[in-house]
Design a protein around this ligand. Sequence first.
Ligand code: PRX
Length: 647
Amino acid sequence: MTETIESLLKEQQEFQPPEDFVKNANMNDPHIYEKAEADIEGFWEGLAENIDWFKKWDTVLDWQPPHAKWFNGGKLNASYNCLDRHVLKHGDKTALIWEGEMENSETYTYKELRDATARFAAGLKELGVKKGDVVTIYLPMIPEAVIAMLACARIGAPHSVVFAGFSSEALAQRVEDAHSRFVITCNGYFHKGNLIQQKERADKGLENAPAVEKVIVVDHAANVIPMKKERDVWWNDVIHNMDSECEPEPMDSEDILFIMYTSGTTGRPKGVVHTTGGYMVGTHVTSNWIFDLKDDDIFWCTADIGWITGHSYLVYGPLSNGATIVMHEGAPDYPDKGRFWDIVEKYGVTIFYTAPTAIRTFMKWGDEIPEKYDLSSLRLLGSVGEPINPKAWLWYYEIIGKSKCPIVDTWWQTETGMIMISPLPGITTMKPGTATRPFPGIKANILDDEGNEVPMGSGGYLALQNPWPSMIRTINGDEQRFIDTYWSKWGTDTYLAGDGARKDEDGNFWILGRLDDVIKVSGHRLGTMEIESALVSHPSVAEAAVDGKVDEIKGEVIYAYVILDSSCGDSCSLLEDELKQHVVDEIGPIARPKKIIFTEELPKTRSGKIMRRVLKAITNGTEIGDISTLQDPAVVEDLKRKVNEIG
Ligand code: PRX
């Protein structure tokens, strides 16, 4: 920890963007906020002009709360906007730089990426994929993942990308929920030098998804795998003999572009539905103004394409801006802890977007690692996924950004599709730890239970009070859940984000974390009930309650309280490992509990509901508060002792 950081922390300093940055920023008009507010529809309509439409919209917004139609009547294609329109201007510009786990790499110009996409799109059609068919993409961070997404968009087949690290079970659940008959996967990939048998994992999941007709397999790791007759087909055979002239399908603005599964407050993940026109407008402008994308920028968003950040700021936002993107397969510590900075140096990355958990990890590894590399190409840094603590912010600013790069701390969600609260780097005074203020045209507020604005400085529910183009349209197949989850607390015109927040005297928003049963482990969003369902599906488990414990590096780690069918006696530690592995098998390694606490009882109300508030206090060693409504108050002391013992 450097002395400067210590002193900056004490001062709670504010940071102005460098003069040069301000002068050249894509957006440097400080009045943009008032201008947008004065005519919100006009504001978004003006921005929609930056997208190429085959046919212009009839209306900018049709708002029947909570249902919005943006740019209705307009026709466009997302793949055309990300590829073809740039090929017309600069087909030889690099679109994608892919850096593999084994330090191998590939680059695609815009023309090459367009051609590869069109060829695969034609192959998909040949296989029988039709407009409206959901295609599940279960691929790691390889160029084919981007090509597959854009190819789906090209023919109007909504994609559903399932994070490659998710388990067979998780894949099956998502394939089924989306009624997806087509899956794209690969034979294998490498993670920290180990071969991951992806096809094997997919096959296991697809045993429970008999409706799947075709599985397209990329040969990525050269490992030999069984191919199921009639069902499985190699990617290379799909594109073989296809020409690259597959015309982009004119899509209605409100046609579905993709479904993205995310965790909520029940055991079942929800398929967040995003449509085409509004999503493209929202991700285009936020990429342009927040990341200040210029023609010669090299933009690296480290998020996996299995998450919304990968969709909006690895693929659609930057490519619709004609930017050069970096995509990295692999981990930040393989082959060594300098891997990220090595990539920044190697490609001259100018804009770098990552998560606080990664920043805190780098900080722990020590300044001397990034200091070995030439990071002078960097001009802007971004953060996403969880609150960034001021100490990590300052480290990022000073050690990575050399005190010359503005930091955009961007708050948003799978459901919002685009960044909602963030500095505009050419305008905003930054304060470490706050995402600052809502993007122009976005009305965010902090409300109490009754829907009143809380007094300045007080905590409350973060709410969004008007519609925005890239907003969630529904939850796939569960309209009621969509309404109940987001639009019922105060009325159907106000969106409940699920986060707690407070506002300071300068109008900056400080995000305090989730208020519902969602936890964030290393920036990954997980539902406590999802993990609980995984645990109780183990034959020895009678009941389970899962909670997040605050962790300095990961944000939160998972503590699972488990009641067994019968006592585990001396074999508790064996069972602990088995249960952890069981959760990994059911969901994936990101959901592995850090600790399992065996107990006879859980803190429940007399009606049998787990008191999450009490559990949270036990897990985190904080003030327990009122427990008079508990069935058995003695359980609190017992669990506190157990948690204390494991440290
Ligand atoms: O709790 C907030 C946190 O991440 C949640 C959304 O998670 P997900 O849908 O997976 O999307 C993550 C990437 C957009 C939010 O409800 N979150 C996201 N960004 C921030 C954040 N919390 C604080 N500060 C942020 N910048």
